[in-house]
Design a protein around this ligand. Sequence first.
Ligand code: 4AD
Ligand code: MG
Length: 430
Amino acid sequence: MEKVYIENISNFSGTEVTIKGWLYNKRSSGKLWFLLIRDGTGMIQAVVSKGDVDEESFNNCEAITQESSLMVKGLVNPDKRAPGGYELHTKKLEIIQIAEDYPITPKEHGTTFLMDHRHLWLRSSRQYAILRVRQEIIKACRDYLDGEGFVLLDTPIFTPAACEGTTTLFETDYFGSKAYLTQSGQLYNEANAMAFGKVYCFGPTFRAEKSKTRRHLTEFWMVEPEVAFFDLNDNMDLAEEMVIYVVQQVLKNKSEELKTLERDTTFLEKVSKPFPRITYDEAAEILKDKGVDFEWGNDFGGTDETIISENFEKPVFIHHFPSKMKAFYMKRDPENENLALGCDLIAPEGYGEIIGGGQREDNLETIERRLEEDKLPRESFEWYIDLRKYGTVPHSGFGMGIERAVSWICKLPHVRETIPFPRMLYRITP
Ligand code: 4AD
Ligand code: MG
């Protein structure tokens, strides 16, 4: 008798199998017990009939509690009414351990309580669905870029300098000198792109964000492609194609999970070419028309992004930002020094920015001047300056925040559920 995973149960119809897992829920009607069992790959209902099992197995049904670990042997029976299409006609039920007073019960719990028990909350079917979608999104990003010939090159986590401004750096001691946790792999990606043409990195990034919003984590994962000889438009084309591929893969491969999450997929199905592309000025105009008190030159806040996105059914690019609000590395519009060749992608349904990127400054003197203007320590950037000395070319790239993408695609109220153990302003445990 084989130990099988619930996800493969359809291959074992009519045969006897063993399943090892945990009790999700149970109910009884006299001589019958219905046990809902999960094993990490899926759920199945085990039907235990008094006449079919030994006395101990039947008594175990009475004794077993939510999240107790168990082993069950039985016959796989097709049943149209059962979720997943199969039931287990139980022959034997062994308890591995009784879970006493499992804190998360089927009743409603508050968010703080659930977050304090995140290590256990992960076992719920909702979290299961979200995190499987997360995996699909990550896989789709990788598959897309790998398929397009991008080389995956991991960038360092310990860095000597800031990429995205000095105000959100996490500082750490590095054998007596200062090091910072990376905010973005971009600068190293630029070096990698000059060596390999099209590259990407995918890893954790860190920002000491004091923002307590539904979109901010202090540790989040980012996929960042960077391409030599790409301009701003090429960059938007790439981001558009990657996002379309990601959404299609989730719709195709994670439909059950989206159902569990009661995700209405109408808007996801509309994610197709072309995404509207508007300038910062046009976006500001939209805000003005809607009566928002918005000052030119400021960054869009979360609510601003939501309002802008309401004008569109698809993700929308905003490009050509005021240069003052953008990082030192962003190329200025050759026609207008006050504008930077950046592009952000704003998700529909009020989810705000999921991608940030743009064309990079490729001129040696300009990058040297910018570093000075931004008071960044030149010695930490010598290597970066070298990239403009030795065969500089136009190049562009972007970063997509995985948690923002998961939040949007699953339509979650908060980014905290998009990663197993979220790190936020007021939370570093469990
Ligand atoms: O717009 P950002 O800051 O861009 C960069 O870091 C570029 N250096 C990337 C590049 O061009 N290679 O961040 C990119 C994305 C955002 O659009 C957002 O999705 C996500 O990273 N992000 C966050 N996600 C969760 N919590 C936070 N605190 C985030 N900050 C940025
Ligand atoms: Mg940004």
